[in-house]
Design a protein around this ligand. Structure first.
Ligand code: PMP
Ligand code: GLU
Length: 398
């Protein structure tokens, strides 16, 4: 048979999705796995939002919609951007897609030509460099480890820009490190972006999960940066709606229309029912995410206290998201009781899954092999079990 397309053969699967799927399969088989792999709130979707979804079905909101989403949802997104981020958009500048991940893909489809360079700070969410490569673009990775608070400096950004640079991908609060960029830091980035006339894709999906300080959208520093920014967000994390698959973006009119055209050919639009439920989330979901954030704040304290008691782990205390990203480098190079060496974060996570039934994600997935990622969007009971398994697994390495 003829071969598959090269781009499909060369695409790596998402490691976060792969580990989460494996852990869920093992749990379904009755295996006692503690899963801190996926970044997914353990809360249920709030009742008022579920009722809005049910009402949408009963009112027969079950047919095709416009490719870029229903107008009432695009208006709700405009209200949200204005209220929470100080950003003014017209509904024609908004595109609703099947999750923020889909928005990222759509934005890259609209912007990246083969050979274009895309600057991506590391640690990065697994999906960014993979999708850039998928489109023939060149990811330019800027490393920012624990010693610089997982934040790239303006000097790093300036030095990386070439005539082939198309855009910078920013993700604050960051998955996997939890780092949040300050307003001053972002203002400097905005100036660099405008001066060099590049674009900025800003993935702000963790904006409501900030524990110290506040989230600022890079597009809020004026029209010049707003017109070069694609602001991506979604309902998955803030309203515990990962399976409803709704994400949205705001962009300049030409970019938004290009994305709508692409989506109109590729998927038509995200599920009609989910779109109606999302209006309820955006208009009336604030108390829900505030409550969830307080739960995460307590869990975060617990997780960081426990992690900092484990010898040889370097544990940063990030300001946002719901991940811990400790440095496990000391354990790389040690041996398992069966004599097998732990070469890096992948071996370490394999060992923890095999010996302790603990699913966490190797830092290698995020471009930083010296670390591992744990999600603390899990119940306190699960977190207790996870931390004691982690301690037990690490203690067996010599
Ligand atoms: N961006 C980041 C940084 C994420 O961690 C995720 C996690 N799912 C997404 C985007 C995509 O979210 P979704 O597609 O569920 O809206
Ligand atoms: N974003 C979540 C994570 O990083 C869900 C999985 C994914 O989409 O990558 O775990």
């Amino acid at each position: 048979m003829k071969e598959l397309a090269t781009r499909a053969v060369n695409l790596s699967p998402s490691m976060t999705v792969a580990i989460d799927t494996k852990a869920k399969e093992m749990i379904a088989q009755g295996i006692d796995v503690v899963a801190l792999g996926a970044g997914e709130p353990d809360f249920d979707t709030p009742e008022i939002i579920k009722l809005a979804g049910i009402a949408a079905i009963q009112q027969n909101k079950t047919r095709y919609t416009a490719p870029d989403g229903i107008l009432p949802l695009k208006e709700a997104v405009c209200r949200k951007f204005s209220r929470e981020n100080g950003l003014e958009y017209q509904p024609s500048q908004i595109v609703i897609s099947s999750g923020a991940k889909h928005c990222v893909f759509n934005a890259l489809l609209a912007l990246v030509n083969p050979g274009d360079e895309v600057i991506i700070p590391a640690p990065y969410w697994v999906t960014y460099p993979e999708l850039v490569r998928f489109l023939g673009g060149i990811p330019v990775i800027l490393e920012a480890g624990i010693e610089q608070g997982f934040r790239i400096t303006p000097e790093q950004l300036n030095a990386a820009i070439t005539p082939r640079t198309k855009l910078l991908i920013l993700n604050s609060p960051n998955n996997p490190s939890g780092a949040v960029y300050s307003e001053d830091h972002l203002r400097t980035f905005a100036q660099i972006i405008v001066q060099n006339d590049i674009y900025c894709l800003s993935d702000e999906i963790y904006e409501h999960m900030v524990y110290t300080g506040k989230h600022v959208s890079i597009a809020s520093f004026g029209p010049e940066i707003q017109s070069r920014s694609i602001i991506i967000n979604g309902i998955s994390k803030s309203y515990a709606m990962t399976g409803w698959r709704i994400g949205y973006l705001g962009a300049s009119l030409p970019i938004a229309r290009a994305i709508a055209k692409i989506q109109g050919q590729a998927t038509h639009h995200p599920a009609n029912i989910s779109q109606w439920a999302s209006i309820e989330a955006l208009d009336h979901g604030e108390s829900f995410y505030c409550g969830m954030r307080e739960s995460f704040r307590k869990r975060r304290e617990f997780v960081f206290n426990e992690l900092s008691q484990i010898p040889h782990l370097k544990v940063p205390s990030p300001e946002g998201a719901f991940y811990a990203f400790p440095q496990t480098k000391h354990y790389h190079g040690l041996k398992r009781p069966d004599g097998k060496p732990i070469a890096g974060s992948l071996d370490l996570c394999t060992w923890l899954l095999e010996s302790q039934r603990l699913a966490i994600i190797p830092g290698a997935a995020f471009g930083m092999d010296d670390y591992v990622r744990l999600s603390y969007a899990a119940s306190e009971d699960i977190l207790h079990q996870a931390l004691s398994r982690l301690k037990a697994g690490l203690a067996e390495l010599v």
